[in-house]
Design a protein around this ligand. Structure first.
Ligand code: SF4
Length: 342
């Protein structure tokens, strides 16, 4: 079973931009996201070797084929890439192979073909479990197909990672929460959450310019993401990432809208801490002029205070407290808090 997270866990990402994709989803530009152009199989071995040479000897490493629909690419190419990665598993240099793919590309036949390989996780680009959102994004599959794909993956014993998006066309906070809940219910062990970024040249950029789509900004992404993070914590489902990886490409002129902050995950956790702090203060009889002292988990001070102390300012303004103090505490985990009012 994949460990999925942890300081020793490292991924060697091999990008296969748009390979296997039957068409282009309205929001997607994998070349812009990954910063990689055309795929060249003859370079893959060298890419793996170079990446492995930079990793600590005790790192737990997975080779990951990302950026396309891995199980929908030409079968002989898929098998060649799996065989190549498997040689590193067999040599003890790598613990497993993971890849991302589409829900309509994980038939029983595809899963049979994976059997000889050490597949440590299958990342499914689900994006939404709402048929209206899937249609508006021209995903080309239904929520029912996504459910079936999750069940097939889990029933074969593979670690399922769900990838979902926030702020897609026709979506809203309720649909996103329902999507997250369903992905957890379907047995995902971890999630990646991607607030929508609008890339120039995509159908989504054209929709935005025509006025038929309004992207969400960083603050709205954090507001919508916070309750999903709480759900994952409650359900013990790991969070691998919020937002696209910060890269030069993401700060370039290719990005024309959407939630695109280099520390989006921190913003989202900041919003969750604020909501939890507000809930505790709502339960107090009187807060005016008093000091709110929060015990927080160790290492979570910047998230609890909020970026540039925005949470502190919001609490002082809303509850009239004279001061907000935080104290790191070893007995608390995740986003647990304790409040003392003095
Ligand atoms: S979202 Fe996934 S399936 Fe759609 S175009 Fe991008 S890589 Fe392909």
């Amino acid at each position: 079973m994949s460990r999925l997270t942890g300081a020793r866990h490292k991924t060697v990402p091999i990008f296969i931009p748009h390979m296997g994709c039957p068409h282009r989803c309205v929001f997607c530009d994998q070349c812009a996201i990954s910063g990689h152009g055309e795929f060249d199989i003859s370079c893959v071995q060298a890419e793996i070797e170079t990446a492995l040479a930079t990793l600590a000897p005790d790192a737990e490493v997975e080779i990951a084929y990302f950026g396309g629909s891995f199980t929908a690419i030409d079968r002989s190419l898929m098998l060649a890439l799996l065989r190549l990665a498997q040689t590193y598993v067999d040599a003890g240099q790598v613990s497993g192979i993971r890849f991302s793919t589409r829900p309509d590309a994980v038939s029983e036949d595809v899963l049979d073909a994976l059997t000889p390989f050490t597949v440590s996780a299958i990342e499914l680009g689900l994006q939404s479990m709402d048929d209206g959102v899937l249609a508006a994004c021209r995903r080309g599959h239904t929520a029912a197909e996504a459910r079936d794909a999750c069940r097939r993956i889990v029933s074969r014993g593979y670690t399922l990672v769900g990838q979902m998006m926030l702020g897609l066309p026709a979506s809203d906070a309720d649909k996103e929460m329902a999507t997250a809940r369903e992905i957890c219910d379907l047995g995902a062990r971890a999630m990646r959450i991607y607030p929508t970024v609008v890339f120039d040249g995509t159908a989504l950029a054209a929709m935005m310019r025509a006025g038929s789509y309004t992207p969400i900004d960083n603050a709205e992404a954090a507001r919508r993401c916070a309750p999903i993070l709480a759900l994952l914590e409650e359900r013990d489902v790991g969070l691998l990432r919020v937002g696209l990886c910060a890269s030069e490409t993401l700060s370039s002129s290719r990005v024309v809208g959407g939630a695109n902050h280099p520390a989006l995950g921190e913003l989202c956790y900041g919003a969750l801490f604020l909501a939890r702090m507000e809930a505790l203060l709502d339960g107090c009889v009187s807060t005016e002029g008093r000091v709110a002292c929060f015990d927080i988990p160790r290492g979570k001070q910047s998230q609890a205070l909020g970026q540039r102390r925005t949470n502190v300012r919001a609490l002082i303004e809303h509850y009239g407290v004279s001061e907000v103090r935080v104290r790191e505490c070893d007995t608390l985990t995740g986003t647990q808090l304790k409040l003392t009012i003095i």
